[in-house]
Design a protein around this ligand. Structure first.
Ligand SMILES: C[S@@+](CC[C@H](N)C(=O)[O-])C[C@H]1O[C@@H](n2cnc3c(N)ncnc32)[C@H](O)[C@@H]1O
Length: 161
């Protein structure tokens, strides 16, 4: 399981994702350009010492990301998604792609995704904070694919039947 950020524009959110990556052992792709330098100290401050635990991979552009990304389904989280979050069966090699805070993703990125996933909101609500949307989906994706560390441990230590 990987998480990818498309041209993020709020450094503190990137810091929160770096911390998520470090804590849950998820690879994190940052697709540049961003609205700030990726070594911005606001990122470091939000990521704290989890920065060094994270598996951060930077990509110079969307094209570079498409060329270099590992195999796996591209699952775009979008408020314009046609797949409803509770209905998706996740795969261990899914790449969960998040749009930018200000504008989501452009049409070509939207079209390139294999799955366009929407967290249903009540009528009148526009969107969730990007890190909160990601953490909801990451949690369910890891639960389904037994990707949490404790689940892997339980599996390893469960008695043979
Ligand atoms: C603040 S939202 C972007 C809002 C932007 N105006 C738009 O319509 O895409 C930032 C990102 O969070 C994710 N997100 C927020 N709410 C979501 C929802 N209800 N379903 C799926 N993804 C969501 C998406 O990846 C989105 O690009």
């Amino acid at each position: 399981m990987r998480v990818a950020l498309y041209q993020p524009d709020i450094p503190q959110n990137v810091g929160a994702f770096i911390r998520l990556s470090g804590c849950l052992d998820l690879a994190l792709d940052v697709i540049e350009p961003c609205g700030f330098p990726v070594d911005d100290r606001r990122i470091r401050r939000a990521a704290m010492d989890y920065y060094d635990l994270a598996r951060l991979v930077r990509h110079a552009s969307w094209q570079a990301f498409r060329r270099d990304r590992p195999a796996g389904r591209l699952v775009l989280l979008t408020t314009a998604g046609d797949t409803i979050f509770p209905n998706l069966v996740f795969r261990p090699d899914d790449i969960l792609l998040l749009g930018r805070e200000s504008a989501g993703v452009p049409a070509d990125v939207h079209d390139a995704a294999e799955v366009r996933l929407r967290i249903p909101l009540k009528p009148g609500a526009r969107s969730l904070n990007v890190a909160l949307a990601a953490s909801m989906v990451v949690s369910e994706a890891l639960r389904q694919t037994r990707g949490f560390h404790a689940q892997a441990d339980q599996h390893a230590h469960s008695p043979a039947r």
